[in-house]
Write a protein that binds this ligand. Structure first.
Ligand code: SF4
Ligand code: SF4
Length: 338
């Protein structure tokens, strides 16, 4: 079985995009060498990781509230798991033991934050599917950051895809993700995970422990009131994985101008960013200056540049927009509406 066959199989099962990363490279370049998220720590037999991408349907980002994105996120994850599981099953039948990783897991022994055994964003980048954005989401040229990823760990030795060296993210001059972030969590090719969790995991683990820490010391009547609060209902929904436990805040995804889905459907509704403030503008300006002056930036150090795109931004979004508009014109001409 070769890489092309595997990709065809994945596409026939419904994957939007597929890339392949070699376990050797993933073992050699863990996202953070202090807490190595590597296939080797899971199984020393794994030779390749097949990375599956599912995009989040764009209509949800045109809605007035966040609820549609939150629910669709769950559906996308379930669908992606099914595709990955079936792909692993088929590979095993062909003689290559394979299994699926949990896309949203956290291993408490690695770091005290959401930090899985593998980083799916890094898997995607190593599989040549995109590069980091300023907010350290993976940006795919096709759908920007509006994607979820998972990995099938396989004992099949497959030809890996080449990592992208061109930066997909427009960078500090854009900073739209930074402007839109309600908790100001976007750093310079980095993220303040705790600040992000307040919005993105409104009823996630951190909020549950905080709630019960406060709850313990309260009077009986306060406890009764607390148990009837919106928070408890949110925890219940989150635990059922309906909405609320993660992926609650779609703002940095919605406003990112990378991807044809943005050009086609989001450029209008997401043009204005109501959360933009002079303070955030100053922060973005500072980041731009720091990069221009070659200052030391953790997210862009020698180790991390690999995933940002070491060649820097060379206009991929402008090229993409140009070809998108060209295709639009051709379609209009063909339909006689020009
Ligand atoms: S998910 Fe929301 S809170 Fe988190 S970085 Fe993006 S915009 Fe900020
Ligand atoms: S919004 Fe702009 S700066 Fe942020 S990730 Fe997207 S392209 Fe990069």
């Amino acid at each position: 079985m070769d890489a092309a066959e595997v990709k065809q199989l994945g596409a026939s099962l419904g994957a939007d995009m597929i890339g392949i990363a070699s376990a050797k490279m993933l073992n050699a370049f863990p996202p953070d060498p202090r807490y190595p998220q590597t296939p080797d720590r899971i199984s020393s037999y794994v030779k390749s990781v097949i990375v599956i991408v599912q995009h989040i349907p764009v209509a949800a980002f045109r809605a007035k509230q966040n609820i549609p994105v939150q629910y669709i996120d769950m559906l996308v994850l379930r669908r992606m798991d099914k595709i990955g599981y079936r792909l692993a099953e088929k590979l095993e039948k062909r003689g290559f033991p394979s299994f699926l990783t949990a896309a949203q897991e956290t291993d408490w022994d690695y770091k005290k934050a959401s930090y899985g055994r593998l980083s799916t964003r890094h898997l995607g980048i190593e599989a040549g599917l995109g590069t980091f954005g300023l907010e350290v989401n993976i940006l795919t040229p096709e759908y920007g950051p509006r994607v979820y990823l998972t990995g099938v760990l396989t004992e099949a030795e497959l030809e890996p895809d080449e990592i992208m060296t061109e930066q997909v993210c427009i960078g500090e001059g854009c900073s739209r993700c930074l402007y839109s972030c309600p908790s100001d969590a976007v750093l310079h090719f980095g993220i303040d995970k705790r600040a992000c969790a307040v919005e993105a995991q409104e009823f996630g683990y951190m909020q549950i422990t905080k709630f019960f820490n406060n709850f313990i010391g309260k009077s009986r009547s306060e406890k009764v009131a607390d148990l009837k609060s919106r928070d408890v209902f949110g925890f219940w929904q989150g635990l059922l994985r309906v909405v609320g436990s993660f992926g609650d805040c779609p703002r940095c995804l919605a406003v990112c101008p990378v991807g044809n889905d943005y050009h086609a459907y989001l450029a209008g509704p997401q043009k204005h960013i109501p959360e933009r403030t002079p303070e955030k503008e100053a922060k973005a300006k500072g980041y731009k200056e720091a990069r221009k002056n070659g200052e030391e930036i953790a997210g862009l150090n020698e180790w991390n540049r690999r995933w940002v795109g070491p060649e820097g931004y060379k206009g991929i979004v402008a090229r993409q927009l140009k070809s998108f508009k060209q295709r639009q014109r051709e379609r209009e001409e063909a339909s006689g509406y020009s």
